[in-house]
Write a protein that binds this ligand. Structure first.
Ligand SMILES: [Zn+2]
Length: 268
């Protein structure tokens, strides 16, 4: 299939409110076939569902992110209460969803101050992994805490996309063995060596493309947009020594394998 799939972006972010129509138009012009709109908290679910009314282009993924924003200045780890607020909405729209996400673990000290906080995040992730299984959907995963994440996922799910993975390449290879996919954002061009090495190691058959818009763009502090998917693609093409066309074809096939619901929606 000709075109890219942005497997992970936050198109519901306030950053896109003023020019969303133009952003979507530009994305189509840049050769994107589909955007997977992932959520961070229950408060934005309805907005994502509304955006997915752009027919056959924006596909909704709902989930509770491991880090929840209390105010612009304060963030904390996700708790079961956050999940309680999310579950009824996920159930309501379950037939429209292409994945459960963005979910994960993030044990950065400023988000977790105790073992109980970590356990809270683990429970939120386990329940969402189980929910994904029940609904026969893949999980779209957050990027922190590589090792505990892969280990926990391996106990729980068969289908997962690990976004902007920042664990060790050896841990990533465990994910490859489990059949997971890894998505590469445009920020890869300014990433530390560890992440660039990861792209080298991952088989192309396990790579997807993402932008994580509005963040993880090629330039720090500048709003990232789905059109920048080509930067991820060019980077993978260069590292792997294969044509851009090949990267497009394989990563799009990978996305369709991982998100089977996309297939029927994209077929003319
Ligand atoms: Zn994200």
């Amino acid at each position: 299939m000709q075109g890219f799939v942005d497997c992970h972006c936050h198109i519901s972010a306030g950053d896109f409110d003023r020019d969303i129509d133009e952003v979507i138009e530009n994305s189509k012009k840049a050769g994107l076939l589909a955007l997977l709109a992932v959520a961070e908290h229950a408060g934005e679910f309805e907005k994502i569902i509304e955006l997915s009314q752009f027919p056959g282009f924006i596909f909704p993924c709902l989930g509770v992110h491991p880090v929840q924003k209390v105010s612009p200045e304060r963030q904390r780890g996700a708790s079961l209460q956050d999940l309680d607020a999310a579950l009824p909405i996920i159930q309501k729209y379950k037939d429209q969803l292409v994945a459960i996400g963005e979910v994960g673990l993030d044990f950065t000290p400023r988000y977790v101050s105790s073992d109980a906080d970590k356990e809270g995040q683990r429970q939120v992730l386990i329940r969402q992994a189980q929910l994904a299984k029940e609904l026969d959907l893949p999980n779209v995963h957050s990027r922190s805490a590589g090792r505990p994440t892969i280990h926990l996922l391996k106990e729980q799910v068969e289908k997962a996309l690990l976004h902007a993975f920042d664990g060790k390449p050896s841990v990533a290879m465990e994910g490859v063995k489990a059949g997971y996919f890894f998505s590469i954002p445009p920020s890869i061009i300014r990433s530390e060596q560890k992440k660039q090495k990861l792209v080298k190691q991952l088989p192309l058959e396990n790579i997807c493309l993402e932008t994580d818009s509005p963040v993880l763009g090629p330039e720090k502090q500048v709003r990232n947009e789905p059109t920048n998917i080509s930067i991820s693609a060019e980077y993978v093409s260069k590292i792997k020594g294969v044509s851009l066309q090949m990267v497009m074809e394989v990563t799009t096939q990978n996305a369709l394998r991982l998100f089977p619901k996309l297939k029927s929606a994209l077929r003319p």
